[in-house]
Design a protein around this ligand. Structure first.
Ligand code: NAI
Length: 329
């Protein structure tokens, strides 16, 4: 079975190469180019392709993959909002993903962003390096005894709820399908969550329903001085409304691992380029915003699990076994 691995980074190759010998008969070709319309034809002669969150798997790309004879799309990530599932289904192309490879990796990063943005550790570090030991601009707030609101209590949301509980916070949550696993979790309506939370952490997937869930109207419902963190998908937040809210001093701190325009930049070194879009710079110009580049998943444990499950998905498809990680439209 031949798989073309798009957008390969050194770390991807390292973790897949380590496990590949355990999956004889699966051969992987790693290429740096990401998948988009112009590169889809490179998949000629491959049974499957492997892509990540920043790949373009819209209808034209899937049509091209179909023309090249590809039957399998292996997403080496949990999210699949960048895949046109209807088009894949139309051509009988299977889409498999890696659900829950390490919920704690993402939840721990969400809390790292909360702490960074709240206590300004990103600024304090630079100040200390410059021999500036003054504390002005570094004031934070305690999380202890505050209320954390978790939107989406799947695997990552529950891990974040446990972490917040560990900080001595009261934890409330909103989900379409409440989960009874954690007895300390109080489910409330989305409006109530906005109204009561001191910290709001987003962990629901990006869907038509959740697109721009955080907008002018929902921001207005939030407490003044709320902390907002998004490690899920950029499209959950209407960025212009967030910027307006930050300017109105609505937020005490904002932590973003994902943002709306990230697809063009994410995982690339753009430090020598003049960027044409200013949204990221505008966000970073605020002293209470901390940003990272979609690295929530990036731990050794997560990369090991991603490689293992992706290879298992490939073998299950090849052997005609049950596809337990199939994504259906
Ligand atoms: P999951 O599928 O276990 O949980 C998602 C939860 O959201 C479910 O409980 C579901 O019922 C709920 N949900 C769905 N629609 C909703 C709505 N309209 N309102 C409220 N809740 C809703 O997913 P998991 O593994 O917890 O991942 C969550 C998201 O995290 C993924 O969709 C992905 O976008 C993001 N992610 C980010 C990573 C990063 O590196 N920053 C890495 C992995 C995932």
């Amino acid at each position: 079975m031949k798989i073309l691995f798009y957008g390969a980074k050194d770390y991807d190759q390292q973790f897949f190469d380590k496990l590949a010998p355990q999956y004889p008969g699966v051969s992987i070709k790693f290429i740096e180019a990401n998948i988009y319309e112009e590169t889809a034809s490179l998949a000629k002669g491959y049974d499957g392709i492997c892509a990540f969150v920043n790949g373009d798997l819209g209808a034209p790309v899937i049509e091209e993959l179909n023309r090249q004879g590809v039957r399998l799309i292996l997403m080496r990530c949990a999210g699949y909002n960048n895949v046109d599932l209807d088009t894949a289904a139309k051509y009988g192309i299977k889409v498999l993903r890696v659900p829950g490879y390490s919920p704690e990796a993402v939840a721990e990063h969400a809390m790292a962003l909360v702490l960074t943005a709240n206590r300004h550790t990103h600024k304090a570090y630079i100040k200390c390096r410059e021999n500036n030991f003054a504390l002005n601009g570094l004031m934070g707030v305690n999380l202890y005894q505050k209320t954390a609101g978790i939107v989406g209590t799947g695997k990552i949301g529950l891990a974040m709820a446990r972490i917040c509980r560990g900080f001595g916070m009261k934890v409330i949550a909103y989900d379409l399908f409440p989960n009874k696993e954690l007895d300390f979790l109080e489910y409330v309506s989305l409006d109530e969550l906005f109204r009561r939370s001191d910290l709001i952490s987003l962990h629901c997937p990006l869907t038509e329903e959740t697109h721009h869930l955080i907008n002018e109207e929902s921001i207005a419902k939030m407490k003044d001085g709320v902390i907002l963190v998004n490690t899920s998908r950029g499209g959950l937040i209407r960025t212009d409304d967030l910027i307006a809210g930050i300017r109105d001093h609505k937020f005490f701190a904002v932590g973003l691992d994902v943002y709306e325009e990230e697809t063009d930049f994410v995982y690339e070194d753009m430090s020598e380029r003049i960027l044409q879009s200013s949204t990221i710079q505008r966000l970073l110009s605020f002293p209470n915003v901390a940003m990272t580049s979609h690295q929530g998943f990036f731990t050794e444990e997560a990369l090991t699990n991603i490689a293992e499950t992706t290879l298992q998905n490939a073998v299950a498809f090849r052997d005609g076994k049950e596809l337990k990680n199939e994504v259906l439209g």
